[in-house]
Design a binder for this molecule. Structure first.
Ligand code: GDP
Length: 365
């Protein structure tokens, strides 16, 4: 499954956030196959639709879908020079599908800042530069290989040469590969290099307890938002310390606490939602009297592939899927009422599943 890696300079709040993630962790009983890796935190994806479906269907149990975060340790500064822990840091980033980059946006005299003062942009650039330097090495190695062939007018080499020089120009301006515009064909080429700066990025602005409720007044947050725009990245604002506290509460207590703080959704829930979205993930549901359950799929997946997420036999023997959208099911109140209204469709193997679809797969065994 896809995972988002948590990175950041020392003392910015990574461990605090990761603690919140593992404490909020998904109920192990529902996910016996979840990896037992201390660096991986599995959380349930918050989804209000699941609650509503549970009210409608009244199943014996309800199972949310999950999302994984990976804690990426290692030394950041000088990582691209490739020694020991620094190398490990880059290798670990290579493994993840998206990057959650925690940035310190709180003032606290008692907590040392590695650079001696709080400066979120400088922090961001420190890490980004290491990633760019590592990617630059990849690109230059590849350039050396294709340059000669490109001069001999080899078609594939020419196409690659064009992509590589384009990326290199961006790196020279200290811009990540994800800011470069490519044609569809070029996209395929650049994907093959597995560049670190091509991965989607979410900046996690970690604010102090006092700033919660008026996050947009925080000057550091403004700076991060501004930076993210030109960096083609997204931003989520959290207070890791508060999230750690929230993660210890049960759902009712959590609701009360959030109301007291005057916020609708916890920072961690926002982080999960945004990371999920950033990775191009979506949710479909199965809804029966035994179980109402949410399933994660990649946007663009067709019905048989989505069936295969439940069980490979479902994909192999796929016949068709009985499908209704979440909105229609809620509007008509029951499966049979939705059917009467002609809202339940029979979809074949080419159907592209939509976020919120309720799926009932029919298959041969
Ligand atoms: P890491 O080195 O990035 O993993 O950072 P830690 O999670 O260990 O946090 C470093 C210090 O900052 C710890 O003392 C945390 O309690 C503190 N810290 C983390 N988040 C916040 C926050 O939102 N507000 C304040 N005041 N301190 C925080």
């Amino acid at each position: 499954s896809l995972t988002a890696g948590i990175v950041g300079l020392p003392n910015v709040g990574k461990s605090t956030l990761f603690n919140a993630i593992t404490q909020a962790g998904a109920e192990a009983a529902n996910y016996p196959f979840a990896t037992i890796d201390p660096n991986v935190g599995v959380v349930e994806v918050p989804d209000a639709r699941l609650q509503k479906l549970t009210e409608l269907v009244e199943p014996k149990k309800t199972v949310p879908t999950t999302f994984e975060f990976t804690d990426i340790a290692g030394i950041v500064k000088g990582a691209s020079k490739g020694e020991g822990l620094g190398n490990k840091f880059l290798a670990n980033i290579r493994q993840v599908d998206a990057i959650c980059h925690v940035v310190r946006c709180f003032d606290d005299e008692n907590i040392t800042h590695v650079a001696g003062r709080v400066d979120p942009i400088e922090d961001i650039e420190t890490i980004n530069l290491e990633l760019i330097l590592a990617d630059m090495e990849t690109v230059e190695k590849r350039l050396a290989k294709v340059e000669k062939l490109a001069r001999q007018k080899d078609k594939e080499a020419l196409a690659e040469y064009e992509v590589l020089t384009k990326v290199k120009e961006a790196f020279e301006k200290e811009l990540p590969a994800r800011t470069v515009e490519f044609t569809e064909e070029q996209q395929k080429i650049v994907k093959g290099y597995q560049l670190l700066t091509q991965k989607p990025v979410l900046y996690v602005a970690n604010i102090g307890e006092d700033d919660i409720g008026n996050t947009e007044d925080n000057e550091y947050v403004k700076m991060v938002r501004e930076y993210a725009k030109k960096d083609n990245a997204e931003v989520v604002v959290i207070c890791a310390r508060i999230e750690e506290e929230i993660s210890e509460l049960d759902p009712e207590e959590k609701a009360v606490f959030l109301e007291e703080l005057g916020i609708e959704e916890s920072g961690l829930d926002q982080l999960i939602r945004k990371a999920y979205h950033l990775l191009g993930l979506a949710t479909y549901f199965t809804a029966g009297v035994q179980e109402v359950r949410a399933w994660t799929f990649k946007r663009g997946m067709k019905a048989p592939e989505c069936a295969g997420i439940i069980h490979s036999d479902f994909e192999k023997g796929f016949i068709r899927a009985e499908t209704v959208s979440y909105d229609d099911l809620v509007k008509y109140g029951s499966m049979s009422a939705a059917k009467e209204a002609g809202k339940v469709r029979l979809e074949g193997k080419d159907y592209v599943v939509q976020d919120g679809d309720i799926m009932h797969f029919r298959f041969n065994v």
